[in-house]
Design a protein. Sequence first.
Length: 286
Amino acid sequence: MKRNVFIYFATIFFFLNCNSVFYQPDHRNYYPPEKFNINYDNLMIPFGDETLNAWFIKATSKHIMGTIVQFHGNAQNLSSHYQSLVWLTNYGYNLFIFDYPGYGKSTGKLNRKNVRKASQRLLDFIDKNYLKEQWGERVVLYGQSLGGIILMDSVSNSLFNAHYSSIILEGTFSSYRSLAMQKVTQYWQLYPFIIPAFLFITDDGAVDQRLDQFQVETLKVVIHGEGDHVVPIEFGTRIYERLSGKKVFIRVIDGKHIDTFSRSTSFRYKMQLLELLKNTKPYLKS
């Protein structure tokens, strides 16, 4: 009896703090760009009394096609995540990646409210600092996993919604609660967590009901692996079906979680993405 009571209250305590389980940061420097002779600027962006760390990794070619703004996933920090998209710098695109509060060298309290504010601050920073000569003609927002829902929330609340050339969403979801419920109903051993998950995991910042707010003329690309067990592909198809206007769904055959460009078949998907980006509209600075 005592053991059951302990488990019950431990479970309640866990779910009272469960919104934080979506964030798993660390401060390790995984792949220093200097080690790979990568040319980049290390930026510290003011955010209230705190700062956001960002890297502006420069395209290797003289002609700059545009800039990819990467909203990374929930674990580690930018020093590991940039590796998944740095290949784009060989095709004329800069890569601009930042860390959420509490990740890497970014300061500030890590919670969903602060992450939302920080992401909005980043979009403001882009609009104020955009120079075509430095950033290129296109500005593309790219969200991976957790970064996808953060990106969608930020853009749907942004004054610059229509300004971006494209929005790319890889292996992501549009509802925190729906993903949590999928996890606790996946195995019968987790059934006791169903009600606490529903009660204590909030959908603040979720975009399920706001997907139709994205500008019709902005190209939306949804990428999802068929074998993604972290965020199953039905979450990606749900987002795609609710988006309106110009949109493309890239179904990665046998793909796992956000491994599209690290697979043996990655060249095919890289060429497909580059072709889509080439035909996107220019960024419109306010």
